[in-house]
Design a protein around this ligand. Structure first.
Ligand SMILES: *[C@@H]1O[C@H](CO)[C@@H](O)[C@H](O)[C@H]1NC(C)=O
Ligand SMILES: *[C@@H]1O[C@H](CO)[C@@H](O)[C@H](O)[C@H]1NC(C)=O
Ligand SMILES: *[C@@H]1O[C@H](CO)[C@@H](O)[C@H](O)[C@H]1NC(C)=O
Ligand SMILES: *[C@@H]1O[C@H](CO)[C@@H](O)[C@H](O)[C@H]1NC(C)=O
Ligand SMILES: *[C@@H]1O[C@H](CO)[C@@H](O)[C@H](O)[C@H]1NC(C)=O
Length: 674
């Protein structure tokens, strides 16, 4: 039993051996593991990667790589080379798109390997001394990607049959015939896998070489067809394998799969099990990478540059001036970024108005959703900024129902931003002159007048420090949602008083409201505010500006005209014609007379704001106006001329501090306050 089994297996193995030698065939859809009996024998720089992909050449230059089927093949029987057929899938991957190394050759040689051959143009097949020698007995089909004129190459992308030397017997540009019989070109160094078929027909002594892209079936028409009896060339027993070489340009030569059959058709290769060609080599050989790397680097560099530009721009856009001393003002200091967002980037659409000091924008604070008005004041000077900001912050602590609340500030180079409560009904001047859409009635105006008087009184006397407004006028009186008058812009004129640059001619205060004493000395006092308040009273009651050049000669200067009306005993006739009959004569009479009184040229003759408030409330009678008649007349008549001169003189005049301690509990009571 055991003997018969052994015998059977012996007979079986004998049969296989006979079959192998007479009718050898092998198929490598994937090359076998290193230890396998039929593993290819490698020489030169050839190696398998982890995926069992045969890489004949790597990044070494001027090298050759070879891989041979380990067993001899008995090509001849009875002195004649038998028919044989072989097919393989290969890929040639150059480092640079158009510069390849030398090609790949399928070779049949008497020895298992060609150790004495040369690399580069010799393809690892021959050397200088044996090239073309008939004693070589070497048959090869080359897939050549370099034009070597010494061997009569046709171009740098050709397929050729070589026998004993590199001077090809027959060559053709790489290509294939498609199903329609059209010749299509192939680029060997495209990096794309391609399939090659080499068939020898014993009967016709014909060699056929066919090429096709991996996706195509074997073309019916071969690329090369050569009649040549190989019986003179090959010896009985030969070795078959691949040879490849590199020159000056790095190229990877790959063989993905291989199949061979003696006396028959080689088994077709299955494409799917073939190993993948690594796209990204250790030094980035692939064409895709050659393009991708510069593109990616440029893109990245651009992105980085754009990012930096963006950050720098952003940094500049939101840059602020913040000095150590401002740290104390923490809660009053706003971030420019927040103000920028609040006003939607200071959009023109958010603009509320333009004043002597800058443009005002409406905004909504991003976090608290509080409506604000942001005034952008440009300033050229850093000088006095510290004192000014100190004042701003002081003023920010002031709180009165007839003052526009100053919430805080922000400082940038050449720019100061002041953040105020938002006043939905805009400024008073819009409702009193130049044919307003909505005319404020007398009772509303009287309420506003009393409110502003109270606010100004608070500034002068109601808090720890005397704050001089410096720019009382109808356009600086804002109306809140309940139409209460609120004095805005207080203290701002001081910024320009501080500016000592003689080239700038900022006028602190507004012509028509400037007290002659203020204009003469350049010194703002509570009295100069009272003077401006007098002009304000007249403009509100009369519905016209303090100076109106469009009027007839006697009416250009409002105070003169009101004075003339008073002298003629008809002061109430100076009122705004828009009132119709809807006014209280006593109130109007009081306001007009008080306006004249406040506009007295002698600061000593003007009432204090406390007194003004008391008079408006009826708590204090108006002083006897007739005793002041003459002096009032002289102011009235000289008012306009003086104004013109004084206004100009002011811009370069030195200023004095506006804060002096002057406070009493009684005054606080009169002026309202917190
Ligand atoms: C190429 O392969 C050979 C043999 O494996 C090795 O000695 C050589 O260092 C390799 N060259 C490069 C550049 O990787
Ligand atoms: C081998 O050749 C000899 C003479 O050339 C011939 O007689 C013989 O039949 C051949 N054998 C085969 C197997 O073809
Ligand atoms: C060329 O190759 C042959 C064998 O293929 C060898 O005998 C000879 O020495 C080689 N010549 C040179 C110069 O390497
Ligand atoms: C061919 O090679 C053989 C053996 O290597 C040598 O004897 C012979 O001289 C060579 N012939 C030519 C033409 O080089
Ligand atoms: C194909 O290649 C040949 C030779 O390389 C060239 O003359 C021909 O213009 C090519 N044809 C196409 C369609 O690229």
């Amino acid at each position: 039993m055991a003997i018969s089994l052994m015998l059977a297996s012996l007979i079986a193995s004998l049969l296989i051996t006979v079959a192998a030698s007479n009718d050898l065939s092998f198929t490598y859809n994937r090359f076998p593991a290193a230890a396998a009996n039929d593993n290819l024998i490698l020489a030169g720089i050839a190696e398998f990667n982890s995926d069992r992909l045969l890489r004949l050449t790597n990044d070494s230059m001027q090298e050759k790589g070879q891989a041979f089927y380990p067993h001899p093949v008995k090509f001849k029987s009875n002195g004649t080379v038998s028919s044989f057929s072989t097919t393989f899938v290969f890929a040639i991957m150059p480092q640079y798109a158009n510069l390849g190394g030398h090609g790949i050759a399928l070779v049949i040689s008497p020895t298992r390997g060609l150790p004495d051959s040369l690399p580069s143009q010799y393809l690892g097949l021959f050397n200088e001394s044996n090239n073309g020698n008939l004693t070589n007995h070497v048959f090869a089909v080359e897939l050549d990607t370099i034009y070597s004129s010494e061997f009569g190459d046709i171009n740098n992308n050709h397929v050729a049959v070589d026998i004993n030397g590199l001077d090809s017997l027959l060559a053709a540009p790489a290509g294939y015939y498609d199903a329609g019989g059209n010749l299509r070109n192939l680029t060997l160094i495209s990096g794309q896998p391609m399939q090659a078929w080499i068939d020898y027909d014993q009967v016709e002594s014909r060699i056929d070489v066919t090429l096709a892209p991996i996706s195509a079936a074997k073309p019916t028409r071969s690329l090369l067809s050569l009649r040549k009896d190989l019986s003179e060339i090959l010896e009985d027993t030969m070795f078959i394998g691949f040879s490849s070489s590199t020159g000056s340009f790095l190229t990877h030569h790959y063989v993905l799969g291989w199949s061979f059959r003696l006396k028959g058709q080689a088994e077709s290769l299955s494409i799917s099990p073939l190993p993948r060609i690594p796209r990204i080599g250790p030094k980035g050989k692939s064409k895709a990478l050659a393009i991708a790397i510069p593109v990616i680097s440029v893109t990245l560099a651009l992105a980085v540059i754009l990012g930096v530009v963006y950050l720098v721009k952003r940094q500049r856009k939101f840059a602020e001036v913040l000095e150590d001393w401002e740290v104390d003002y923490g809660p009053h200091r706003y971030k420019f970024k927040d103000l920028y967002r609040a006003t939607k980037g200071f959009r023109a659409k958010e603009e509320l108005g333009r004043g002597g000091f800058g443009v005002v924008f409406r905004g909504v604070l991003p976090k608290s959703k509080i409506e604000i008005a942001v005034k952008r004041v440009s300033h050229d000077t850093q000088q006095g900024m510290r004192a000014f900001v100190a004042e701003i912050v002081t003023i920010g602590r002031l709180s009165h129902r007839n003052l526009v609340g100053l919430l805080g500030y922000c400082r940038r180079k050449g720019e100061l931003l002041l953040v105020y409560d938002y006043m939905p009904n805009s400024s008073l001047d819009r409702y009193i002159y130049d044919q307003p859409k909505l005319v404020l009635e007398w009772w509303q105006r009287f309420k506003v007048i009393k409110g502003v008087a109270s606010g100004l009184c608070y500034l002068h006397q109601g808090c720890d420090q005397v704050v001089i407004h410096r720019d009382v006028k109808a356009s600086n009186v804002l109306l809140d949602s309940e139409w209460n008058g609120r004095l805005g812009d207080f203290g701002l004129a001081r910024l320009y008083d501080h500016g000592s640059d003689p080239r700038t001619t900022h006028v602190a205060g507004t012509p028509g409201y400037l007290a002659p004493d203020h204009a003469r000395t350049g010194k703002a006092t509570p009295g100069s505010d009272v003077y401006a308040f007098g002009a304000f009273l007249l403009e509100v009651a009369c519905g016209r500006r303090p100076i109106d050049p469009t009027r007839p000669a006697g009416e250009v200067i409002l105070v003169d005209w009101v004075f003339a009306n008073w002298v003629s005993g008809q002061i109430v006739e100076a009122r705004d014609p828009n009132f119709g009959s809807e006014f209280v004569v006593e109130e109007l009479d009081l306001v007009l007379k008080l306006g004249l009184l406040c506009s007295h040229s002698d600061p000593e003759a003007r009432p204090s704001m406390k007194q003004v408030v008391q008079m408006l409330e009826g708590e204090l009678p108006l002083p006897d106006m007739s005793s002041m008649g003459l002096s009032l007349s002289s102011i009235g008549l000289n008012f306009g001329r003086r104004e013109g001169l004084m206004g100009l003189a002011l811009s370069t005049s030195p200023s004095s501090g506006s804060f002096t301690h002057l406070s009493s509990a009684e005054e606080s009571l009169v002026c309202g306050g917190r």
